[in-house]
Ligand binder design. Structure first.
Ligand code: MEV
Length: 422
């Protein structure tokens, strides 16, 4: 167990500068790094112009810290970039419940990504398959030559698989090269390999290569995380039973499953943005995996253990990288990765899966008890109080009164500020 402690009582009551100073201590941030986080951006317009075409500015998304996480016996403060209120509070809350029974256990199954080459117009597909398989070692060698850094680290192309498709445009042969991307997300490596092998594939198969591109269904990057939540801390047996019923609803209805998975992605996408990941790759991978059986289902399962406590598991493919791409260049992403102290892409994906599970538990618990609007209402009232001009302690007071009165309005907030300020 690391000596750091991610349980920081009253963290949410501090102002942003006080929180940053706690974080500075936890993650050994430099003054410069603290300034970058305070600046809300990390990049200027010239950096933006180097990242994308036709840049004209930027848009800031707040980064907050989810507290209380113990994952594989290590303490984590998790940076989440999100515009949605409640996500960070919910995650921290669920992690706080989970840590009472040891926190989350998470395991990544590997870093294999898949590059696809589509071959069309092949006269004899069986012969083409045989020829490709006969040349497998030579082809893998060629593939490794175009990713020298990856190969020198023990990664690179590891296997070739073939898939025949019978389509309305005729038969096609799909060559899939399985590539160990180590700590890179790997889309570039996959695309490079696919493009560089394509002419050789044409020669061997006698066909024509068309698409050469990474597959975003990253089943070689499955991560599993689980945690036990104490029934008493959850609110008693009835809450456990209700969560099991809610989970069954999602396992039997795609309309509900999508919303449940969306809630999970509230946490996962938020950490993905904070750490400079390709959020679309992760989202498409997770949702495709949710329907891999032919039926769209939730990516979490919930059961009762022998003592009646709630045991949850999440299993999802998470294609992420900590070298190359935005993660290595965006100053804020680099700081967020430093806060997480991750050494490998696998470790980052294990944190992400745990965040997803925590988010799901928090959402289900709220939905089976007070509903989620109450929490949202509090944040909404707080935002109204702030926009009406409340400062310091007045923010909480005005928020509370508006909620009690069930009158959450800008004008009422103004009146209250005037009254309480006297
Ligand atoms: C809202 O962003 C997420 C939830 O809808 C998730 C869920 O319903 O499980 C609360």
């Amino acid at each position: 167990m690391s000596e750091k402690n991610s349980r920081i009582p009253g963290f949410y009551k501090l102002n942003a500068y006080e929180r940053l100073s706690k974080l500075k201590e936890f993650a050994d941030l430099t003054d410069e790094e603290v300034k970058i986080m305070e600046s809300m951006s990390g990049i200027d317009i010239d950096d933006a112009s180097n990242m994308i075409e036709n840049a004209i500015g930027g848009i800031s998304i707040p980064v907050g810290i989810a507290t209380n996480f113990i994952i594989n016996e290590n303490e984590y403060l998790v940076p989440l970039a999100t515009e949605e209120p409640s996500v960070i509070a919910a995650c921290s809350n669920a992690a706080g419940l989970g840590r009472e029974r040891g926190g989350f256990s998470a395991k990544s199954m590997g870093n294999i990504m898949r590059a696809q080459i589509q071959l069309i117009n092949i006269d004899d597909i069986s012969l083409a398959k045989k020829n490709i398989l006969d040349n497998k070692s030579k082809l893998l060698e060629l593939a490794c030559e175009v990713t020298p850094t990856l190969s020198s680290l023990g990664g690179g192309a590891k296997d070739i698989q073939l898939k025949e498709l019978d389509t309305k445009r005729g038969k096609m042969l799909i060559v899939e090269i399985l590539i160990d991307c180590k700590d890179a997300m790997g889309a570039n490596a996959c695309n490079t390999v696919a493009e560089s092998l394509s002419s050789r594939m044409e020669e061997i198969s006698g066909g024509k290569s068309l698409l050469k591109i990474v597959s975003n269904l990253a089943i070689g990057r499955i991560v599993e995380a689980s945690a036990t939540f104490d029934k008493e801390l959850l609110g008693g047996e009835q809450v456990v039973e209700s969560i099991l019923d809610a989970s069954e609803f999602a396992h039997n209805d795609a309309y509900r499953a999508v919303t449940s998975n969306k809630g999970i992605m509230n946490g996962i996408t938020a950490i993905a943005i904070a750490t400079g990941q390709d959020t679309r790759a992760i989202e498409s991978s997770v949702h495709a995996y949710a329907s891999i059986s032919g039926r769209y289902i939730p990516v979490t399962t919930w059961e009762k253990d022998l003592s009646g406590n709630l045991f949850g598991t999440i299993k999802i493919p998470i294609p992420v990288g900590i070298v190359g791409g935005t993660a290595s260049v965006h100053p804020s992403s680099k700081i967020c990765l430093k806060i997480l102290r991750v050494k490998t892409a696998a470790q980052l994906s294990e944190i992400m899966a745990s965040i997803g599970l925590a988010q799901n538990l928090a959402a289900l618990r709220a939905l089976v008890s007070e509903g989620i609007q109450e929490g949202h209402m509090k944040l909404h009232a707080r935002n109204i109080a702030i926009s009406a001009g409340a400062k310091g302690k007045l923010i909480e007071k005005v928020t509370e009164i508006m909620i009690q009165e069930k009158d959450v309005k800008f004008l009422r907030a103004k009146e209250l500020i005037k009254e309480l300020d006297k």
